[in-house]
Design a protein around this ligand. Structure first.
Ligand code: KIV
Length: 273
């Protein structure tokens, strides 16, 4: 029996991403956390939508990604999955749902896959989470790795500065990247590391390497949607290119609406029954 999905032929799968890397075609990835924005991202033919735990910052206003729960991630992910017709949807396992307990990691990943119908999960870390990665993969759930700056470990790092600038940390990152590939991860995110190191990882690995603040020598790029649209203003790292100043435009439109209400310009004759 085959699954019913009218748009299967157009869908991006983990295999499509692997052949994109093999053919030298760059992969585009953006975050989304809700139905309306995910529809727009999908319509723009973005290859991968990441339901990132950056939802903790962007949607909920927390300072770090640590407080977001599995239930909240499932709410965001199921909204995104309902919108995405073409993009592969990857969901972050939130802090505390997979580290140090591979059985809990598997349960968390299964809950996400069952309740959202997303296509894959993403986990932060290398050798220290390998048992969890293996266990999730054994259930047939595709896993995307995430190395470099891993925001769930912010309390260990202390700051959000560039990672792996020294030889020891760079060597460890390279080893971890190979371990994740050998385990069976279908792709890897590298966040905020030197461009030369990221390029070396991308060259050595067969799986696609997607960068954020990791230069142009990797197989694709990811940004947080609200940052690249200029909806968030307080966050301005060097790697962020803003394509719009949507925050300013939204505030200006809302001010105009408020003014129209107060001056009784809105609603006019045509805008009533
Ligand atoms: O949560 C997120 O948005 C991420 C990206 C920054 C890669 O993990």
């Amino acid at each position: 029996m085959s699954a019913i999905n009218k748009s299967d032929a157009k869908r991006i799968t983990v295999h499509v991403l692997q052949s994109m890397k093999a053919n030298g075609e760059k992969i585009s990835m953006l975050t989304a956390y809700d139905y309306t924005m995910a529809k727009l991202v999908d319509a723009a033919q973005i290859d991968v939508i990441l339901v990132g735990d950056s939802a903790a910052n962007v949607m909920a206003g927390y300072e770090t990604t640590l407080p977001i729960t599995l239930e909240a991630m499932i709410y965001h992910a199921s909204s995104v999955v309902r919108a995405a017709e073409r993009a592969l949807v990857v969901v972050d396992l939130p802090f505390g749902t997979y580290q140090g307990n591979s059985k809990e990691a598997l349960c968390s990943a299964i809950k996400i896959m069952k309740e959202t119908e997303a296509n894959a999960v993403k986990l932060e870390g290398g050798r220290e989470i390998l048992e969890s990665v293996n266990r999730i993969l054994s259930a047939g759930i595709p896993v995307m790795g995430h190395l470099g700056l891993t925001p769930q470990s912010i309390n260990k790092f202390g700051t959000y500065v560039v990672r792996a600038t020294g030889n020891e940390e760079a060597d460890r990152l390279l080893e971890d990247a190979h371990l994740l590939e050998d385990a069976g991860c279908f792709a890897l995110v590298l966040e905020k590391i030197p461009a030369a190191l990221a390029e070396r990882v991308a060259k050595e690995l067969r799986i696609p390497v997607i960068g954020i603040g990791a230069g142009g020598g990797v197989d694709g790029q990811v940004l947080v949607l609200h940052d690249m649209l200029g909806m968030t203003q307080e966050f301005s790292p060097r790697f962020l290119r803003r394509y719009l100043s949507l925050g300013e435009e939204i505030t200006s439109a809302i001010k105009q609406y408020s003014n129209d209400v107060k001056t009784q310009d809105f609603p006019n004759e045509k805008e009533q029954y």
